[in-house]
Ligand binder design. Structure first.
Ligand SMILES: [Zn+2]
Length: 102
């Protein structure tokens, strides 16, 4: 696993993550909230910041070999719903690693 320096998100994006986490913390279904959120332009910005953190070639933060294509939850979303939208829990990974670390 690669060590990265976490960049700050734009304020509106961090605000969005905080609001979504509050919905999950209030008992809303985390699966459906995540599925809806991941298709938003705001989450594209999250992805773009993760790519910037991954360096010039945008490598997967787990294997460092393949190109990062997916947003991964370092602490799995099923077990750690309290971290679902926490910026500190999101990583850029390749499709293979995203399947492997389910
Ligand atoms: Zn990988």
């Amino acid at each position: 696993m690669r060590r990265v320096r976490r960049l700050d998100l734009p304020g509106r994006v961090q605000g969005y993550l905080t609001r979504k986490q509050t919905e999950v913390d209030s008992g809303a279904d985390p699966g459906s909230i995540w599925e809806r959120a991941r298709r938003t332009k705001t989450m594209v910005t999250v992805f773009d910041v993760l790519v910037r953190m991954a360096g010039r070639r945008g490598r997967c933060m787990y294997c460092e070999d393949s190109r990062g294509t997916d947003i991964e939850h370092f602490r799995p979303k099923r077990a750690y719903r309290d971290l679902l939208f926490r910026w500190s829990n999101l990583l850029l990974v390749c499709t293979g690693c995203n399947r492997w670390y389910l």
